[in-house]
Each structure stands twice: as structure tokens, then as C-alpha cells.
Design a protein around this ligand. Structure first.
Ligand code: NAP
Length: 295
């Protein structure tokens, strides 16, 4: 009966699709400006090994986004039987190719290939995924560098709310090298007070209830529920899961949490939140790498 009031008293949605579109337009403008100034066209090489259907969709989307932004892009696809040595040789060739400013090897790789060896083979200046030890070290020490696209995108989403991060209490759920840990470091760099929770955290709700910002990066639906948030908080849902009906969902119980956050809160949906940002930030990283290479 309070449907109208209910809808106005729920948290505002952070529209990742719209924000990603703006970031992609910025990347396209940046590429056009480089070309107009007589510089290089930013170039991204994407390598796919094997026939994983989800990976094939991801790489196609990345290449398409490059094309739409006016970037040079190369897609190399290999049979799952490709040896590690052959893959490393291809990376070495791309490291030496001046038309390529970013190299991305789509994960997961076949079992006989060591992913860390592959990541470390990419020249740090071309590590647009930001997964190498060199990139992680730059982030850890606060040096400029290429930041992992997903947490970088989450920061852009948080900043889009206009709520200052400085001095806020941020809780990151998850501590993976690709999402949770870099997310915590980016928030720390933005002067938040950061708590990192994980599978051995005994009382998750006790932490999240105190948070001004919650980033959920677990990969388990219903990790964050209505009783676990503070009104007015910002909730960023990184998780990608499937409901029983096969539809996509995040780690957050969206409708219930949105209501619990109240009108001063903010929340990202799944799909349409963090997901679209990852490719947008990959383009920005490629542009950044191209600018640095041609300075
Ligand atoms: P991951 O490597 O599996 O890490 C999951 C993290 O969650 C781990 O640190 C784990 O703790 C923690 N965790 C597990 N159960 C927990 C619990 N009950 N309470 C608190 N923490 C718990 O996953 P990931 O690669 O970081 O990805 C996380 C999610 O984000 C996945 O759904 C993934 O598909 C999604 N994702 C989305 C994008 C995007 O573009 N939208 C990009 C990357 C990832 P331990 O360390 O103790 O095991």
C-alpha cells in the first residue's frame, strides 16, 4: 500500500551501464586526441587459449569495445593444446610490438599452463589487467601504474555518487589478488579506513553494519542481506552468481538491501553495475599505457 513511498525511500541505484558508457566515450576521445596529435593509435592484444564459451564471449566483448573506441585491437585464439613455451613466445613478440600497448591473456588457462608465469611474462608497461607482481607492487606502494580493471571500476562507481571516500569506513568482503586485495588498497589510497573480511571472518555482519561503503566480492549469493547494512551506506556488488531460475545475481540481496539502505544509500545492480565497468576500465588502462609508451 506504500508502494510509492517505498520506492522513493529506497537507495539510489548506481547505473554502471551508463557510467561505463561515459568512460568508454572518454577513452575514445583520448584515442582520437592522441591520433590528432600525430601519436599512435592505442593498441590492445587479447589472447584466448582453449574453447571455454564464457571466455570466448568475454574476449569478443573486449575486442568489440576496442573497435568502438577507435583502438587498434588484435585477437589471437589458440587451441587448448598450445604449450606454455609457445604462449610465452607469443607474449614476447607482443611485448616487442610497438603497435601494441596492452596485452591481456584471458583466464582461466588450460591446466598445463602456469597462469603466474604467463602474467609475469607480460611487460609491466603493457600489463593492462594490472595482475603482475610489478603492478601489484606499484599499487601497494602508491606509485602510479596500471590498476586491476574491476576494482578500478568499483572506485569509479563509488566516486560517481559524489560521497567523499576520505575518512569513511569501507568493508571489503573477499581478499582475492584480482578483486578484494586491490580494492582494499585503492580504498586505502583514497583515505578510507578499510576492513577486509573473508571466509574465516566469524561475524561478517558485525563489520558490514558499521560500514559506510561495502564492496562484496565473494561469488556467493545472499552474502549481504538487509540486516547487515547501515542506512545511507554505499554498496558495490562485484559478485556474479546464478539464481535457481538461471538468472544472474550478485552477492547482495538487492531489493531487501536497497530498502534497508534508505534514500541516502547507494547500490549497484547485477547485471548493470560493476560488470560493464571492467571493460571500460580496461580501455582506460590501454589508453594510459599508450600515452606512457609514446611520451
Ligand atoms: P575468489 O578468488 O573466489 O575470492 C572470493 C573471496 O571471497 C575469497 O577471498 C574468500 O575468502 C571470500 N569468501 C568466501 N566465502 C566467504 C564468506 N562466507 N564470507 C566472507 N568472505 C568469503 O573470487 P574473485 O575472483 O575475487 O571474484 C569474486 C566474485 O566477483 C565472483 O562472483 C566473480 O565472478 C566476480 N567478479 C566479477 C567481475 C566483474 O567484472 N563484475 C570481475 C571479477 C570477479 P578466502 O580468501 O578466505 O577463501
Amino acid at each position: 500500500m506504500f508502494a510509492f513511498w517505498g520506492s522513493t525511500l529506497t537507495a539510489q541505484i548506481i547505473d554502471g551501464a551508463a557510467i561505463a558508457k561515459r568512460v568508454r566515450a572518454q577513452a575514445a576521445e583520448g584515442a582520437a586526441a592522441m591520433l590528432a596529435a600525430g601519436g599512435a593509435r592505442p593498441g590492445l592484444a587479447v589472447i584466448l587459449v582453449g574453447e571455454d564459451p564464457a571466455s570466448a564471449v568475454y574476449v569478443r566483448n573486449k575486442v568489440k569495445a576496442c573497435q568502438e573506441a577507435g583502438f587498434h585491437s588484435v585477437l589471437e585464439t589458440y587451441d587448448a593444446a598450445l604449450t606454455q613455451d609457445a604462449l610465452l613466445a607469443r607474449i614476447a613478440a607482443l611485448n616487442a610490438d610497438p603497435a601494441i600497448h596492452g596485452i591481456l591473456v584471458q583466464m582461466p588457462l588450460p591446466k598445463h599452463v602456469d597462469p603466474q608465469a604467463v602474467i609475469e611474462a607480460i611487460a609491466p608497461a603493457k600489463d593492462v589487467d594490472g595482475f603482475s607482481i610489478a603492478s601489484a607492487g606499484e599499487l601497494m606502494t602508491g606509485l602510479p601504474g596500471l590498476r586491476p580493471a574491476t576494482p578500478f571500476g568499483c572506485m569509479t562507481l563509488i566516486e560517481s555518487t559524489g560521497v567523499p571516500i576520505r575518512g569513511k569506513h569501507a568493508v571489503v568482503i573477499g581478499r582475492s589478488n584480482t578483486v578484494g586485495k586491490p580494492m582494499a588498497l585503492l580504498l586505502l589510497q583514497a583515505h578510507a579506513t578499510v576492513t577486509v573480511c573473508h571466509s574465516a571472518t566469524p561475524d561478517l555482519a558485525a563489520h558490514t553494519r558499521q560500514a559506510d561503503i561495502v564492496v562484496a566480492a565473494v561469488g556467493r549469493r545472499s552474502t549481504l542481506m538487509a540486516g547487515m547494512v547501515k542506512p545511507g551506506a554505499i554498496v558495490i556488488d562485484v559478485g556474479i552468481n546464478r539464481k535457481d531460475d538461471g538468472k544472474l545475481c550478485g552477492d547482495v540481496e538487492f531489493e531487501a538491501v536497497r530498502e534497508a539502505l534508505g534514500p541516502n544509500g547507494w547500490i549497484t545492480p547485477v547485471p548493470g553495475g560493476v560488470g560493464p565497468m571492467t571493460i571500460a576500465m580496461l580501455l582506460m588502462n590501454t589508453l594510459q599505457a599508450a600515452r606512457a609508451a609514446t611520451k
